[in-house]
Design a protein around this ligand. Structure first.
Ligand SMILES: [Zn+2]
Length: 194
């Protein structure tokens, strides 16, 4: 599984300290000098000192994920292991959004996410919308999307760009960024591609 991710550098104290204070999700890549996709599990473990629990008895299986700040200040994220890999990955990115945007700022120390929290129907709580946006930017940074689309439609020797249907574009990019096709479709729409 790790072979499909770009390798993170060896963690060092400076990178850890700087990462612990990011406010923009794209800063992760600038700080670590790496391109997406990266393993968020390694990011949590090696750089953020966040414990990620994937056990089936670690949380409520009706939920997608959970993040909690313990009394000793330690952070534990639980991810529903029954969800698909891409779903788990988006949930972990979403929980990291809660971590950086809400828990570190002291607004709240715990979030439980049902699959409902990920809907984009405008009825979600402000924190859920913010965590979803953070997750989308962390997994699919706009500049990397631009670069990848440019690469896919690069003209051939005759100056002709390959035709890409929306379906192909979504499918190819979702594979590259290791996200679900649904997540990529939403992201491309928000960036004006669809
Ligand atoms: Zn949430």
């Amino acid at each position: 599984m790790s072979t499909t991710f770009n390798k993170l550098p060896q963690p060092d104290a400076i990178a850890r300290a700087r990462l612990a204070m990011i406010s923009e999700p794209e800063d992760v890549y600038d700080l670590l000098k790496v391109n997406p996709p990266i393993s968020l599990y390694r990011l949590c473990k090696d750089f953020l000192n966040i414990n990620v629990n994937l056990s089936s008895d670690g949380g409520d299986l009706a939920n997608s994920g959970h993040i909690k700040k313990d009394e000793d200040g330690g952070i534990t994220i639980w991810i529903n292991p029954l969800d698909s890999d891409n779903r788990q990955r988006f949930t972990l990115a979403h929980e990291l959004g809660h971590y950086f945007l809400h828990i570190l700022r002291g607004d709240q120390s715990e979030f439980s996410d049902t699959p409902m929290e990920f809907r984009r129907d405008g009825q979600s709580h402000k924190e859920e919308v913010e965590a979803n946006k953070f997750a989308a930017r962390l997994l699919m940074p706009s500049c990397d999307i631009y670069a990848e689309v440019a690469h896919l439609v690069e003209p051939d020797e005759d100056g002709i760009s390959p035709y890409l249907s929306e379906e192909t574009l979504v499918r190819e990019l979702s594979k590259t960024f290791r996200v679900s096709e649904m997540a990529m479709q939403i992201r491309l729409r928000s960036l004006g591609y669809l």
